[in-house]
Design a protein around this ligand. Structure first.
Ligand SMILES: Nc1ncnc2c1ncn2[C@@H]1O[C@H](COP(=O)(O)OP(=O)(O)O)[C@@H](O)[C@H]1O
Ligand SMILES: [Mg+2]
Length: 260
């Protein structure tokens, strides 16, 4: 079941630096929300708050009405949250398949003790998980890379591997941080199809941070624009692109920076 996410008056400060200020919005189950804004706007920090990597200074985060702010990443994963990172950090010496299998931990039956003892039930579970991971990789055009070491793949492909890892945990809420960065145009088209299919077939709520406005327009139901840690506006991608405040926010910064 796709999750509902509600943020209310979220604030994040580090010492004297305000990173997020009174950010509120809601994402309905099954929606794809685009989170956009210039570099440094606070998009990744907002993801870090939702995924438990940062503890917000104040404000609330609710998944399906349950307050989750300040929970540890593992607890949030158990709530159905999965994410990819702006800068993927795969286990470079492990294979692509092994990297994807790291996403299955939240779903293994029993606890670490049982996993260590390799009980028959655990082994069966592992085999099923492995088959599922291979299927995910094939579905995302990475079947050929299953047995390759992660460091043999390009940065763009690491994002695909991370996406498969995130999907293996069968999330109800998926956060994607700049999934198209570093991808050639044809791959971006493929990514758009993939994310749309994820939403339609897997019944997942998705928030995507992206500078590629083609992707944002093609994929999202709604966008939230952040600037200097504040919500500048909320609306459709078309509304955002023609909003003078949004245009100014982008032009006020070095727009070429954002494309990098
Ligand atoms: N752990 C941290 N400590 C101090 N400042 C941080 C920390 N994380 C993020 N920031 C600051 O928050 C601001 C927003 O960064 P970020 O969330 O990465 O923006 P975006 O993803 O929109 O480019 C930046 O000025 C960044 O330096
Ligand atoms: Mg970022």
């Amino acid at each position: 079941m796709a999750a509902q996410l509600t943020l209310h008056d979220l604030n994040l400060r580090f010492g004297g630096i305000t990173v997020l200020e009174d950010v509120s919005f809601q994402v309905e189950p099954g929606q794809i929300l685009g989170l956009v804004g210039p570099n440094g706007a606070g998009k990744t920090s907002l993801f870090n708050c939702i995924s438990g990597h940062y503890r917000p200074t104040s404000g609330t985060i609710a998944i399906d009405g349950n307050a989750v702010e300040g929970n540890a990443p593992a607890t949030l994963a158990a709530h159905g949250l999965a994410r990819t990172f702006q800068h993927p950090a795969l286990q470079l010496e492990a294979t692509v398949l092994e990297n994807v299998l790291l996403g299955a931990h939240t779903r293994l039956p029993g606890g670490p003790l049982q996993w260590g003892m390799r009980l028959p039930r655990t082994v069966r579970g592992e085999r099923a998980r492995r088959a599922e991971a291979v299927e995910l990789l094939e579905r995302h055009g990475l079947g050929w890379a299953t047995k390759m070491r992660a460091d043999e793949l390009s940065h763009g492909l690491h994002k695909g591997v991370e996406l498969c890892r995130a999907l293996l945990s069968r999330p109800s809420l998926l956060l994607l941080d700049e999934p198209a960065a570093g991808l050639p145009h044809a791959e971006v088209e493929h990514l758009i199809t993939t994310v749309r299919r994820i939403r339609d077939e897997d019944d997942i709520t998705v928030i995507v941070v992206e500078h590629n406005m083609g992707l944002i327009s093609a994929l999202t139901d709604r966008v939230v624009v952040l600037d200097h840690g504040r919500k500048l506006m909320e609306g459709t991608a078309a509304q955002a692109q023609s909003d003078p405040r949004v245009i100014e926010a982008y032009l006020g910064k070095d727009a070429t920076d954002d494309a990098a």
